[in-house]
Ligand binder design. Structure first.
Ligand code: ADP
Length: 420
């Protein structure tokens, strides 16, 4: 489980990244607005310059604001009283645009109020090599009370953004740095998490292998004593304990080895007719000592017909053993109900327990390699049984599902096809 410090690091880093991104976005937005205002001011200066260069107005003292009208951000209309010649207007306009550093394409159209139409229309390209008027679409007539010159800047937005390019590059670099930082934190934490899993795993392996071995060791010692040899009941008890513990070891070794194999190769599956009910009974017999130790009980609801399914017997046996073993070992006083039934050409095997249950948020994770739910950490295990079981069931074109109510218990259902 991730420690408090790890969570703090994640929360603080995420907050920092979010704050830096928010500030950066705020500055980009402010710069864009500033660029837009600056562009509008420059265009107004251009218009004022043109008014000063050519006699366009009867009253040259009229305030600029009342003469110029902005439309949709890209169009500026400025009123005129007398119609200038096209050439003179173009020459002066070009000069003013250059003087006030408006280096973007501009379409100039002159609307004659008396004629009720545009009398000329010229495209001034910022790129001197491009200057044709050919494919200009019709320009809308905005008003008809006065004659006016219509300045239209089709690429205004791109131009403003281009003017902000230094800001945009620095933001992109900052974003790349933040992504790099987030990725480093992620990989460091992942590494730390893997080291923790490895440590847990080694502890669990040590426990899971050393406990049965010491029980076997003690039982053999007891078997060697004459007092045990002369007491058949004691003798059988120690013998059964050795059998159980060695079966346990055997299953752990299988789970371990198979997990390594699953990671590297495909599981080699034999295909035979597997008698499901019999396999379940065998698994319960092997788990009998654990069941007795916990005063547990098994309730059977088996399909009456002796149904067999195609599959790999030893692998399926391990699947049943793992699910049953969990049902018993995680429940305090286990009452385990085992049911089998045939439905729509499939065999459904359910194992229901009255154990601690599994939180919804962990129900998918328990099938991951080494994953162990925090609530059950006090019971030892390797976190491999369900991982391996799912692989085996998948390889049989089956499914393993669970329903669980925390505090009440869990039902694992293994759903296998009756035919290949
Ligand atoms: P192990 O039992 O060795 O830890 P498993 O892969 O069999 O590994 O199970 C993974 C985890 O799923 C367990 O550690 C436990 O947290 C949870 N789990 C599995 N079966 C049950 C169950 N019947 N009741 C409650 N929790 C369970």
């Amino acid at each position: 489980m991730r420690s408090l410090t790890t969570r703090l690091v994640i929360v603080i880093s995420s907050l920092l990244i979010a704050a830096i991104l928010a500030v950066q976005l705020y500055w980009l937005n402010t710069t864009y607005r500033y660029g837009t205002n600056e562009f509008n001011t420059s265009v107004l200066k251009v218009v004022r310059g043109v008014y000063e260069d050519i006699p366009l107005l009867y009253n040259i003292n009229s305030p600029l604001d009342s003469l110029v009208e902005k439309r949709d951000g890209r169009s500026f209309l400025f009123s005129i009283d007398s119609i200038p010649s096209k050439d003179s207007l173009m020459v002066h306009l070009r000069n003013e645009l250059e003087d006030f550093h408006v280096f973007t394409d501009c379409r100039v159209a002159l609307y004659d109020h008396k004629k009720g139409e545009y009398i000329y229309d010229q495209y001034i390209s910022a790129d001197a090599s491009k200057k044709n008027n050919d494919s200009l679409s019709a320009i809308p007539i905005w008003k008809n009370k006065h004659s006016y010159i219509h300045l239209y800047f089709p690429n205004r937005q791109q131009y403003i953004i281009h003017e902000m390019s230094n800001w945009i590059y620095s933001s992109a670099i900052l974003l790349a740095l933040l992504v790099g930082f987030a990725a480093s934190v992620y990989f460091l934490l992942k590494q730390k998490f893997l080291v923790e899993i490895q440590k847990d795993f080694i502890n669990n392996v040590t426990h899971e292998f050393s406990t049965p071995l010491s029980v076997i060791d003690l039982s053999v010692e007891a078997l060697e004593k004459p007092s045990t040899q002369s007491n058949p009941e004691k003798w059988n008890r120690y013998l059964s304990s050795i059998r159980t513990q060695s079966a346990y070891l055997n299953n752990h070794i299988h789970n371990l080895v198979n997990t390594v194999v699953v990671g590297q190769y495909h599981l080699a599956m034999e295909s035979r007719e597997v008698p499901v009910n019999e396999l379940l009974r065998r698994a319960v017999i092997q788990l009998e000592p654990l069941l007795q130790k916990k005063n547990g009980q098994v309730i059977w609801h088996l399909e009456e017909k002796q149904v067999s399914i195609p599959g790999d017997e030893s692998h399926l046996y391990l699947v049943f053993f793992n699910v049953l073993n969990n049902a018993i070992k995680y429940s305090e006083s286990p009452i385990v109900t085992i049911s089998t039934r045939v439905e729509n050409s499939r065999m459904l095997i359910s194992v229901e327990d009255n154990g601690p249950g599994i939180e919804v948020s962990q129900q998918r994770k328990i099938f991951s390699k080494f994953y162990r739910a925090p609530a059950t950490k006090q019971v030892k295990g390797l976190g491999l049984g369900l991982y391996f079981s799912k692989k085996v069931v998948d390889a049989h074109q089956g499914q393993i599902r669970l329903e669980s109510i925390p505090g009440k218990g869990t039902i694992f259902t293994i759903d296998l096809p009756l035919k290949k």
